[in-house]
Design a protein around this ligand. Structure first.
Ligand code: NAD
Length: 434
């Protein structure tokens, strides 16, 4: 099929879209294409996930089970583990994980496995888009040669582009449709075709000049967040030393209508993206003999926060004549951010481990996370009752879920250490803020 042929199929929504990797990124994307009338085949190596989806059960909070049921029963979404069906797809979007190795180097094994599965079935006229976050150059230097191993040539026989995913799980205001989508092709024609595809499901597509540029856009966005969060974490520590309230300072600073954007401190960085992605850029730059100093400093500053929080807890208990050992500490919130159940890289787990190592007796409450395992110790979310709050020596707020009644916590707790300003605007003798 020619580029024109695929263009026409996209415009008429007759193109079959394959999504490889049905996680936080792939599943909402699959649902978005299916809801716009495309036929979508979803590929995943996790047979249990595929089976659940095929029977109409979603594992992602942002995509409801009724939505999955509707698109599956309507014949618009077919989840499968059979990669042979890739050859029937006109456009294939790769959304597999890009974690770090223990050494903090990029782990591209998932991308490579997905590319190899596609390569054996690649046919003329297909469009392949990589969405997994990765370092600049991956699509051109690594993905393209794998596909060209088939004898077909990118930009002539098939089309290849990168488009960063910007999904913000749990965000009720910005979803796929109203978040502008950046795309860049390994050739201008590849980029244009990818822009046409995404143009069918999002309000606005931003075409950049190359796949490398599109990869770099994502890393700028997430490095920007990591660096600014690190900066405000350091400001929080400065404020504590100076005896001023960092939250009051940020609230006042953000009244400036230009040139300032608020970031908030906390117990550390969490989630699958912000703590991980800048390392992809750092790794690439180090391979080019370029020292990524901001990234390294931000990473060191952010990863020191759990220690800092555990230290502040020890100070507070000390002020109450208690040691960390044998103190009862009630943790409020373990997910990496409010309103989600995701605990990947959650700094709450690091803080909890530090306190457990010092002999604290921990309990926790998180309406989204029923159980956590910390170094083999399994903890279950406990009901938040006046008795459970009173029983603890200190309540430690690590994630500010909106459904938790913080005034109730403050009413019954001996001491509350709030690392998220969850109890904003409340002033009580038993409340300390980060
Ligand atoms: N989660 C986010 O908020 C977010 C936001 C922006 C970008 N990203 C990026 O998107 C990518 C995917 O992240 P995610 O959060 O969706 O991951 P995830 O772990 O939720 O989902 C990935 C899915 O891919 C499947 N998978 C693994 N190897 C596969 C293979 N070879 N073939 C088919 N399926 C395979 C897994 O079983 C899993 O279901 C990552 O690069 C991530 O950095 C994530």
């Amino acid at each position: 099929m020619s580029k024109k042929g695929l263009s026409a199929k996209i415009a008429s929504r007759k193109a079959v879209v394959g999504i490889v990797g049905l996680g936080y990124v792939g599943l909402p994307l699959a649902a978005a294409f299916a809801q716009k009338g495309f036929r979508v085949v979803g590929f995943d190596v996790d047979a249990a996930k595929v089976k659940a989806l095929a029977s109409g059960r979603s594992h992602i909070a942002d995509v409801s089970s009724p939505t999955i049921r509707e698109i599956v029963s309507g014949g618009r979404f077919a989840p499968t583990t059979q990669f042979s069906r890739l050859s029937a797809c006109d456009a294939i979007i790769i959304c597999v994980p890009t974690p770090l190795r223990k050494t903090k180097d990029p782990d591209l094994t998932f991308i490579l496995a997905a590319c190899e599965a596609i390569m054996g079935r690649l046919r003329k006229g297909q469009l392949i888009v990589l969405e997994s976050t990765t370092y600049p150059g991956t699509t051109r230097e690594m993905v393209r040669p794998v596909f060209e191993g088939s004898g077909l040539k990118a930009g002539r026989d098939f089309h290849l582009a990168f488009s960063p995913e910007r999904v913000d799980p749990g965000n009720k205001t910005y979803g796929i449709e109203n978040t502008p989508k950046v795309v860049g092709g390994v050739t201008p024609a590849c980029g244009a075709l990818a822009a046409e595809l995404y143009g069918e499901i999002v309000d606005s597509v931003i075409e950049v000049s190359s796949a490398d540029s599109a990869e770099m856009v994502k890393l700028l966005e997430n490095t920007f967040r990591a660096v600014n969060i690190a900066m405000v974490n350091e400001i929080a520590r400065m404020c504590h030393r100076l005896g001023v309230d960092v939250w009051e300072i940020i609230d006042a600073a953000k009244t400036k209508p230009f040139g300032f954007m608020p970031f908030y401190p906390g117990p550390g960085l969490g989630g699958h993206c912000i703590p991980v992605d800048p390392n992809y850029l750092a790794w690439k730059m180090k391979s080019l003999n370029f020292e990524p100093r901001f990234i390294d400093l931000a990473s060191a500053t952010n990863s020191r926060m759990p220690d800092y929080v555990a230290g502040r807890v020890a100070e507070l208990l000390n002020g109450m004549g208690k040691a960390v050992r044998a103190s009862r500490i009630l943790i409020l919130g373990v997910a990496y951010k409010p309103g989600v159940k995701d605990i990947r890289e959650s700094p709450a787990l690091d803080v909890m481990k530090l306190l457990l190592d010092q002999g604290a007796r921990l309990s926790y409450h998180d309406p989204f996370v029923p159980r956590v395992s910390i170094e083999g110790a399994v903890l279950r979310s406990a009901a938040l009752t006046p008795a459970s709050i009173k029983r603890s020596d200190l309540a430690l707020i690590l994630t500010a879920h909106a459904s938790v009644d913080y005034s109730r916590v403050l009413k019954h707790a001996k001491m509350v250490f709030d690392t998220r300003n969850a109890a904003a605007g409340i002033s009580r003798r038993n409340l300390r803020r980060l």
